[in-house]
Design a protein around this ligand. Structure first.
Ligand SMILES: [Zn+2]
Length: 423
């Protein structure tokens, strides 16, 4: 049977499937896929929860939600023809697994829909189970009610410190330190994702929720049915429609003010941890990195314009902006702070308009950068924000930058007292 498609088992899209504007993804899929036949040709597969999937020679039946899907085409080595394949993640609340779907329907398989697959193959890749839908697999739409009930009491408790990308099937109790809705484009669709910062006593982690649970800063919640993924090199908890969020008392959880006002840590420590969601550091300004000073931005995409050219939009009339990429050193290490216009104006004490006026009278942008450096060099700053690490070290996107004025007399007095007390 290799290569031959059994017409009764393969998925065929009726020709009437063109006008679909008013249908929900599940309705589209319901029309795109024929109802599953009542008499399976092979022994009835056992419905398996994703958490219990093991590589096996006998096909399984599963009900799961599409979390992500990517469509591409691969070239057949035999005859050079193109074969469509859909791959992505499936979740049923007990676990998330990768799937590969050969010759999928042309449309209707979107993020969020629930599928029932009968006769899926389970393989192992890098120690994790994956499912494959081939020509023998029958896939049809299912209702979210058919997903296996997640008994939150069955899954183990975790703490933030234990979480690793790829984790799922856990419960966790968290304080919401901040949460903001953000509109994003997914494919051709606008969606709202609720992004924020959550924490327990062991640490803080970013949260990204594709479903609106009405979360508010300050609330304590118990979460089940989420998973952890890496985003820009940092782990984050992802919630969707199948996640469960319950409000709790949360007496053991840190208060938001505590979280957002954690004491500064050494830059070496922040570097070792690869940054963090709520990093606080304190150090001296030892330099500026280019581009600092007046920069010109594309009015469409805000990218920095070089010689009047945006690398996406070509020749544009750049808009002036002020920024400082500050190198902060605390004796254990250094990191870069990307200060925006408002922070730069406040720290430097020069507005964008004033800087532009200077540039007109001394048309050399490097002079502006030098004047800025002269004013900032050696200042002590306390900075809080989200830090990410790449090959060049840690970069902090600040939420707050405070100038720390050192009272030399008080510091000397304190030092004397300490030295005196230890003798
Ligand atoms: Zn642009």
């Amino acid at each position: 049977m290799t290569g031959a498609r059994a017409p009764t088992n393969g998925i065929h899209r009726p020709a009437s499937m063109t006008g679909r504007a008013l249908l929900s993804p599940n309705e589209v899929l319901a029309r795109a896929l024929p109802p599953m036949s009542a008499e399976p040709s092979t022994p009835t597969p056992v419905e398996t929860r994703l958490r219990d999937l093991r590589p096996t020679s006998s096909p399984v039946e599963l009900v799961a939600r599409v979390v992500t899907s990517d469509r591409r085409e691969v070239t057949r080595r035999s005859d050079g023809s193109r074969r469509p394949v859909l791959s992505g993640l499936l979740s049923d609340g007990t676990a998330t697994v990768r799937f590969t779907w050969w010759d999928p329907p042309r449309e209707g398989i979107e993020r969020g829909i629930v599928l029932r697959a009968v006769g899926a193959e389970v393989r192992e890749f890098r120690g994790r189970a994956e499912v494959t839908f081939g020509w023998k697999t029958r896939v049809g739409p299912a209702s979210p009610a058919e997903l296996p009930p997640v008994d939150a009491a069955e899954v183990p408790f975790r703490t933030v410190r234990d979480l690793r990308p790829g984790d799922e099937g856990f419960r966790i109790e968290l304080r919401v330190a901040r949460i903001t809705p953000k509109s994003v484009t997914v494919g051709t669709e606008r969606r709202v994702v609720h992004e924020g910062l959550v924490a327990d006593r062991t640490g803080s982690i970013a949260l990204s929720s594709w479903s609106d649970f009405g979360l508010r800063a300050g609330e304590a919640v118990r979460i089940a049915g989420g998973y952890v993924r890496a985003f820009r090199g940092r782990p984050q908890i992802v919630l969707d429609e199948s996640s469960i969020v319950v409000r709790i008392e949360g007496a053991d959880l840190p208060e938001p003010a505590q979280l957002l006002a954690s004491p500064p840590r050494s830059i070496a420590e922040v570097e070792d941890e690869g940054g963090g969601e709520a990093v606080a550091v304190e150090g001296l300004v030892v330099g500026l990195l280019p581009p600092s000073g007046i920069v010109f931005r594309c009015p469409t995409c805000q990218r920095t314009v070089r010689s009047g050219i945006c690398r996406v939009h070509g020749q544009v009339e750049g808009r002036a902006d002020l920024r400082a990429r500050i190198v902060l050193d605390d004796g254990t290490g250094a990191l870069t702070i990307n200060a925006n216009r408002a922070d730069t104006e406040r720290l430097w004490g020069v507005t964008l308009e004033e800087a532009e006026a200077r540039l007109r009278s001394q048309p050399d942008p490097t002079l502006i950068e030098e004047q800025m450096l002269e004013s900032l060099l050696g200042r002590r700053l306390r900075v809080r924000g989200a830090g990410t690490r790449d090959d060049f070290g840690v970069t902090l996107t600040p939420e707050s930058i405070e100038r720390v004025d050192i009272d030399l007399d008080a510091a000397a007095e304190e030092l004397t007292l300490r030295l005196g007390g230890s003798r």
